[in-house]
Ligand binder design. Structure first.
Ligand code: CO
Length: 134
């Protein structure tokens, strides 16, 4: 059911510093920062030949990644995003298998303008999983 790895998201305490690290030290193609108020984050995408890295920094007071950065002040891998062809069919199949879908259970528009859902990390070996319909 899941397809390609769309991106790996890394929560960072300092977005500009992380962007400079990837651009200058790792020599990657780093995009411009974009605020995603619906998700409480500012994101920067980094294009790699086979996938993307999503740098995430908190936006606003109730950012869902604030707690993550409190526990891991240096940052860390926050989620992985797998592509699916039909997000509602994927959701229904996962729910039927006992997996918990976060939030209302209805897809939100993600950073690429496509429908996304998040799955509870406790149901996926401690890893927060994002599904994106492509
Ligand atoms: Co993501």
């Amino acid at each position: 059911m899941i397809g390609r790895l769309n991106h790996v998201a890394i929560a960072v305490p300092d977005l500009a510093a992380a962007a400079a690290l990837y651009r200058d030290t790792l020599g990657a193609r780093v995009g411009a920062p974009r605020d995603e108020p619906d998700h409480g984050v500012t994101v920067i995408f980094i294009d790699l030949p086979n996938t993307r890295i999503e740098l995430l920094a908190p936006l606003g007071k109730d950012s869902p990644i604030a707690g993550f950065l409190e526990k891991s002040p240096a940052g860390g891998i926050h989620h992985v995003c797998y592509e699916v062809e039909d997000i509602l069919a994927a959701r229904d199949r996962l729910k039927a298998a006992g997996a918990r879908v976060l939030g209302s259970g209805e897809p939100k528009t993600g950073a690429h303008g496509k429908p996304v859902l998040f799955l509870h990390p406790k149901d996926f070996n401690g890893c927060l999983v994002e599904l994106e319909q492509v």
